[in-house]
Design a protein around this ligand. Structure first.
Ligand SMILES: [Zn+2]
Length: 340
């Protein structure tokens, strides 16, 4: 038995040593380690071995199997990498990988925040699921006002709405502190709107609020002029058009000279030279009194900016949905874009 084991060992080792490729190595593996191979055949001889030598023979057989398995594995490993290397086509072009970048909305939002921080404003945040009380009542919006209509606003049970503006953040902030208050609140807002090129049921606003002693409409105008000049350039001008908003009195819509034609008239501004940028006004005394401020002492102004519209203008987009489709092919155009 010992001689037979030794013979198989020698034959198997030289077969593995001689195997020059995977096929030959696998062939040797089958021949010596397979279920019907020569190793298995030796095990089948065990019953015929003299019982006195059987223990010794069993030990030798196990050692043989372990040794051959090790030899076989080493051989297969040594052949594997070479065959893989052969399958790599070095003439293929390299695979470029994409480095993430800021979303266009983030770029614009950070620019806005940066400019207002420079003017002493701090960023305030609030919930997107808001109490009706904060979204409408405390912003002086009467029960009959169309913005409260269910065709515009998404109502939730228990006195909640999905906020229609970021203005409730102003109320929440004023409730917590006394003037001077100087905040901006950028964030998502929601309206029941049929999506088209310029409307989306979810969009982004940045609200601003300044309350202190002796704040006037001139401060509002100066602040917005400074903001738009920093954003669009020093030759930018603004104009106010009278308007109505429930939470400001007086109220004004703000137009800005078109940054594309510098007021001369072009396709973007529909030849008017002006672009409508958002609402503003002096905070209605009812709103200030509602949060417990002394309205004999304090006045304030508020304004709203449409972040999506600014991003569209800035990057020359004609469809708001491009901002929300998360189409990476589109967003890659802005790779490397940094806030100014
Ligand atoms: Zn223009």
């Amino acid at each position: 038995m010992k001689e037979k084991i030794e013979a198989v060992r020698m034959a198997a080792k030289s077969a593995f040593a001689a195997a020059a490729d995977l096929a030959a190595a696998n062939h040797a593996k089958n021949k010596y380690l397979g279920r019907k191979g020569e190793g298995a055949a030796l095990f089948k001889l065990m019953p015929s071995v003299d019982p006195a030598e059987r223990g010794e023979a069993g030990k030798l057989l196990n050692e043989l199997r372990q040794e051959l398995e090790a030899v076989c594995e080493a051989k297969l490993n040594s052949l594997q990498p070479r065959s893989q290397a052969a399958s790599i086509d070095t003439t293929l072009p390299g695979r470029d990988y994409f480095i993430g970048s800021y979303h266009p909305l983030t770029v614009v939002m950070r620019e806005i925040i940066d400019i207002f921080r420079g003017m002493g404003y701090r960023v305030a945040d609030g919930p997107e699921l808001e109490l009706v009380k904060y979204n409408f009542d405390m912003l002086n919006t009467p029960e009959w006002h169309p913005s409260r209509d269910e065709s515009d606003t998404i109502y939730l049970p228990n006195g909640f709405v999905v906020r229609t503006e970021t203005s409730p953040v102003q109320i929440r902030t004023m409730e917590k502190m006394q003037p001077p208050v100087r905040i901006i609140s950028p964030g998502r807002v929601y309206r029941r709107d049929r999506p088209d090129a310029t409307h989306s049921p979810m969009f982004h606003q940045c609200e601003g609020l300044y309350v202190d002693e002796g704040v006037t409409m001139a401060d509002l105008k100066g602040t917005l002029l400074s903001f738009y000049r920093q954003l669009f350039g020093q030759d930018t001008n603004i104009r106010f058009r009278p308007h109505f908003f429930p939470f400001t009195e007086p109220s004004a819509e703000v137009d800005v000279t078109c940054p594309f034609c510098h007021g001369k008239g072009c396709r973007v501004c529909k030849q008017t030279g002006w672009l409508e940028m958002g609402g503003s006004g002096m905070v209605d005394p009812n709103v200030l009194a509602g949060v417990g401020y002394d309205i004999e002492k304090y006045t304030g102004f508020a304004f709203g900016l449409g972040i999506d519209r600014m991003a569209m203008l800035r990057f020359g987009m004609d469809n708001i949905r491009l901002l929300f489709d998360s189409d990476v092919r589109f967003l890659r155009q802005f790779a490397g874009m940094q806030p100014k």
